[in-house]
Design a protein around this ligand. Structure first.
Ligand code: GTP
Ligand code: MG
Length: 199
């Protein structure tokens, strides 16, 4: 299914611009530069359907992508959080946009919370996870950029993240370990996301 049509639909800086709740959705969130756009590209098998960037905080809107012909579901690339030097107003706008979206989106089947394998869960990730717990939106934790660290360090971080996940009611118990660069864990995550979309 992911191998069919994948198309950028629209970019919504405010909730009034989001598309109707017409299809099941899965959203991608995580700190700026964690690899959200890269993972979206890897899952859909596209090189650059979602714009990746070297400048953190590039994606400041909710970006919607449609998959399937006719459309079967949508993927939502959420604005990154936690970038240094962000003005209070920008952070407030982010929080209100994301929280309202999560609370009201009935077609949202699951969210992926991406965690950089080199850094593990940061306080801003905790805040995101709490927001999802409160909105009762189930999420999968996904370690990204696994190719960037040694296997031993990767296992240590993975163990910590799994332990943390157990404290969060809306977190799925399974931790996905991925590298968009090397294709690691991508097929497994794709299958899990497809299953989520069908529930
Ligand atoms: P914002 O939209 O700015 O919040 O960033 P993002 O989370 O969408 O991150 P993006 O996908 O743009 O990736 C950020 C940087 O990390 C880019 O330079 C990517 O090439 C790099 N990157 C992403 N995934 C991987 C990976 O699995 N391995 C490696 N080595 N680099 C990666
Ligand atoms: Mg991005």
């Amino acid at each position: 299914l992911f191998s069919g049509r994948v198309e950028f639909l629209l970019s919504a800086p405010q909730l009034k611009f989001i598309p109707g709740a017409d299809f099941p959705e899965v959203a991608f969130c995580g700190r700026s530069n964690v690899g959200k756009s890269s993972l979206l590209n890897a899952l859909t098998g596209r090189k650059a359907i979602a714009r990746t960037s070297v400048t953190p905080g590039r994606t400041q809107e909710l970006n919607f992508f449609e998959v399937g012909e006719p459309t079967q579901f949508r993927l939502v690339d959420m604005p990154g959080y936690g970038f240094a030097k962000a003005p209070v107003k920008v952070v407030e706008k982010w929080r209100s946009l994301v929280r309202t979206f999560l609370r009201g989106r009935v077609v949202l089947k699951r969210t992926l919370v991406l965690i950089d394998a080199r850094h593990g869960i940061k306080p801003v990730d905790e805040e995101m996870m709490k927001m999802l717990d409160e909105a009762a939106v189930g999420y999968r934790l996904v370690l990204t950029k696994a190719d960037k660290i040694k296997a031993s360090e990767l296992e240590a971080t993975a163990d910590k993240v799994r332990a943390e996940a157990r404290k969060h009611p809306a977190a799925h118990p399974h931790l996905h370990i991925t590298s968009s660069e090397k294709g690691m864990g991508i097929a497994e995550l794709r299958a899990a996301v497809l299953a989520d979309l069908r529930t």
